[in-house]
Design a protein around this ligand. Structure first.
Ligand code: NAD
Length: 449
């Protein structure tokens, strides 16, 4: 199979490299010439574990190429995937589809022979139809179908997710297109991965419904965590207690500072917009969006409260700024809400992230950056764990405590155990669990407050 991949971001690059690994010939095109240059040299412009080795292998195999020339990426292909960004529009909830429409127009002009144009970008229901109309208007003689093939990979585990997905969803009613898509995913078919063929609209709704459901699960446990804090319960045990029920499941029940990232915030917003547009309000997801937004700023308040309500002139060390571990993606990261509130309250921030500092620096004014967790903690009055990178899970806490100017640790990811922190002799505030105060009399005082 010859496959064109339009857009080489997180999804396009991972998909392209993995399709080459399947044995297909892949031509990836991107508008960003510097990105294409780096990729041609085997350099991965994002942080994604395992991607660099796989990319090098596929460049050596000759099965993957990178170009800025859309004609080269489309002509002669059996399938051309659209994997461009669909961010939220700035002042409304809609997904910005201008990149998808632009890609559709460019593809249309270069189609020759029967081609399946496959929408891998996450798009509102009805976009497949619009892409088809655009291509038809641009090139009335083109022989093509438009299919929807939403992507479910997670940044940080993208290659494994792509190579061993829970399922593949393909939305098209055309048998010809189904046959091409079966050939594209044949290696997974052999592995007995469930491949779900649906109508195009169904596939489009599956993607938004899936992300909205996961965002709801996270938001649900976050609110339960708030209750746990008030009544002396432990949210991690609650999550385990409900998650062992097979109908609920244990995943996505980790209480934290609110979801962020490149998908959940924009996709939940776009789903609520679609609900309004089609007269089917998505009230649960509307509540999820607003609870989650509110939560991020409340996390800043939680940190300020841990310092008795005043962080003026205080230094706050922040461990992790990426929206989750194993990625350098900063899109909608909670850090982007929390840190500015702390700065406005008068705190000085010293942050460290293993991979996301280069992406984060242009987005965060006035932040000083450490070289590692210890340098971010050194001299800090308060230490905040904001992203649960593995390297923050086994810190030398005695060294951290001794190097800090203060003794307050706020763990927004529940990485550590309250009982260990009691032994360490620090104030330890986490999510949905008992707070620990170094001065035992504080425990009594604050418990009775
Ligand atoms: P991204 O912003 O990282 O990459 C998009 C790329 O497309 C950029 O490199 C951009 O230069 C390029 N581009 C834009 N218009 C182009 C054009 N006309 N021709 C060639 N290149 C063009 O985006 P992403 O994170 O890879 O997301 C892509 C889509 O996949 C989005 O709709 C997103 O919602 C969806 N998705 C993302 C993830 C994820 O984890 N990032 C997971 C599942 C689905």
């Amino acid at each position: 199979m010859r496959i064109g991949m339009v857009g080489t971001g997180y999804v396009g690059l991972v998909s392209g490299v993995c399709f080459a690994e399947f044995g297909h010939t892949v031509i990836c095109v991107d508008k960003d010439a510097s990105k294409v240059e780096r990729l041609k040299n085997g350099e991965v412009p994002i942080f994604e574990p395992g991607l660099d080795a796989l990319l090098k292998r596929q460049i050596d195999s000759g099965r993957i190429e990178f170009t800025t020339d859309i004609e080269k990426a489309v002509k002669g292909c059996d399938a051309v995937f659209i994997a461009v960004g669909t961010p939220s529009r700035r002042y409304c909830r809609d997904a910005d589809l201008s990149y998808v429409y632009g890609a559709a127009r460019e593809i249309a002009q270069n189609l020759d022979g029967y081609t399946v144009v496959v929408n891998k970008s996450t798009v509102p229901v009805g976009t497949g139809r619009e892409v088809e109309d655009i291509i038809r208007a641009e090139n009335p003689d083109a022989d093509f179908d438009v299919a929807s093939n939403p992507e479910f990979l997670r940044e940080g585990a993208a290659i494994d997710d792509f190579m061993r997905p829970d399922r593949v969803v393909v939305g098209t009613s055309s048998e010809r297109a189904q046959e091409v898509m079966r050939a594209v995913y044949r290696p997974l078919f052999i592995n007995e991965t469930p491949i779900l063929f649906t109508k195009r609209e169904t596939a489009e709704v599956i993607k938004y419904a899936g992300n909205a459901f996961l965002a709801t699960k996270i938001t649900f446990i976050n609110e339960i965590a708030d209750l746990c804090e008030q009544v002396g319960a432990d949210v991690q045990q609650v999550a385990k207690g409900i998650g062992l029920d097979g109908r609920i499941g244990r995943k996505f029940l980790h209480a934290g500072p609110g979801y962020g990232g490149s998908c959940f915030p924009k996709d939940t917003l776009a789903l609520t917009r679609a609900g309004q547009k089609y007269g089917a309000p998505q009230r649960i997801v509307e509540a999820v969006v607003s609870v989650n937004e509110d939560r991020k700023s409340r996390m800043a308040d939680k940190i300020i409260s841990a310092a008795n309500g005043d962080v003026r002139g205080k230094t706050i060390g922040v461990l992790g700024v990426a929206f989750k571990p194993n990625t350098d993606d900063m899109r909608d990261a909670p850090a982007l809400t929390i840190i500015p509130v702390l700065q406005q309250a008068g705190a000085k921030i010293v942050a460290y992230d293993p991979e996301a500092m280069a992406t984060a620096k242009p987005l965060m004014d006035g932040v000083a950056w450490g070289n590692d967790a210890y340098s971010a903690a050194k001299g800090a009055d308060i230490l905040v764990i904001l992203t649960e990178w593995n390297e923050f899970r086994a810190l030398d806490l005695k060294r951290i405590r001794d190097d800090m100017a203060g003794r307050i640790i706020v763990d927004l990811r529940n990485v550590y155990k309250p009982e260990d922190m009691r032994t360490l002799g620090v104030d330890y505030i986490s999510i949905g669990r008992e707070a620990v105060y170094a001065d035992a009399s504080d425990n009594v005082l604050k418990a009775s407050a």
